[in-house]
Design a protein around this ligand. Structure first.
Ligand SMILES: [Zn+2]
Ligand SMILES: [Zn+2]
Length: 152
């Protein structure tokens, strides 16, 4: 029997991975990483963990949670690179700031400032994160209502 894990203020015994698969949660199933800026948690099923292992990661500084994976890329205009296995950070995401329509990647912001260019708003990124999060939030709510009395 899973003892559950405190996530987003709720004690959950299972949650949905970004791929939709349900994950049983116990303290051993949550990976904790240091991004270079913050300690954050990663909640992924075993398949996604393998599938996304090499991709650049986006971490929300406020939620201290892994928010998205990106394809490795290099912007031909600015030279900014999203490198394999590297961490990139945003200050807010659709979960901690639902009203936000954009959230610059801090590393990109710093890079662009360094070369005197304007940072793109990353609206596509925030929309992509929001779609994934909406699904997960829905699943969490569904689950927590079936685990009455376990909320912290
Ligand atoms: Zn998955
Ligand atoms: Zn956030």
């Amino acid at each position: 029997m899973s003892e559950g894990v405190n996530i987003r203020g709720k004690n959950l015994t299972s949650t949905a991975c970004t791929c939709g698969k349900m994950i049983q949660l116990d303290p051993g199933s949550i990976r904790k990483w240091f991004s270079g800026q913050v300690n954050y948690i990663e909640i992924l099923c075993g398949d996604c963990r393998k599938r996304y292992a090499d991709l650049p990661r986006i971490v929300c500084m406020t939620c201290k949670e892994l928010m998205a994976f990106m394809e490795p890329s290099k912007d031909p205009k600015s030279g900014f690179e999203m490198k394999s296995k590297h961490h990139y950070h945003i200050n807010r995401c659709p979960r901690c700031a639902p009203e936000a329509t954009s959230s610059p990647i801090l590393e990109q912001d710093a890079w662009m400032a360094g070369i005197g260019m304007k940072t793109p708003t990353n609206q596509d990124l925030i929309q992509e994160i929001e779609q994934k999060r909406l699904q997960i939030t829905k699943d969490c709510e569904k689950l927590s209502s079936t685990f009455k009395g376990t909320d912290l």
